[in-house]
Design a protein around this ligand. Sequence first.
Ligand SMILES: Cc1cc2nc3c(=O)[nH]c(=O)nc-3n(C[C@H](O)[C@H](O)[C@H](O)COP(=O)(O)O)c2cc1C
Length: 118
Amino acid sequence: MLAGILSVARRNNPRDDITGALICRHDLYLQLIEGPAPAIDALYSRIQADDRHFDVRLLLEEPMGVRLFPGWAMLDDEAPSLFWSAQDVEAGALETARPDELRAPFVRLSKARPAGIG
Ligand SMILES: Cc1cc2nc3c(=O)[nH]c(=O)nc-3n(C[C@H](O)[C@H](O)[C@H](O)COP(=O)(O)O)c2cc1C
């Protein structure tokens, strides 16, 4: 299923000037999407309507001068070292996390994998 999502993302995102990263864990997808606002809005609407997941939440929306993942149509990371346990997530930890805490796993990931073809 993940392969299917990534294959579509890697086809559509370069077309839409979108880059980002998708962190996958058994209990959640945590995705950072960067690009022009209208393109992000359109993508977010498609993602919300996608029945391969449920309970989609927008955790943080902010202007970014510089992209974290300029070389990635959609980087995927399936072995994330997230700060939050599955129990934390279940209890709503992502909703109460500060912006810098939400950014942190992506900042780490962008440093670990600076450029790619995905
Ligand atoms: C967790 C998740 C992340 C996704 N990320 C993207 C993405 O970055 N780009 C994208 O085009 N579709 C993404 N999708 C798929 C969209 O929901 C949708 O199926 C797709 O954009 C439809 O593209 P199409 O109209 O070209 O078939 C994602 C889906 C899920 C479940």
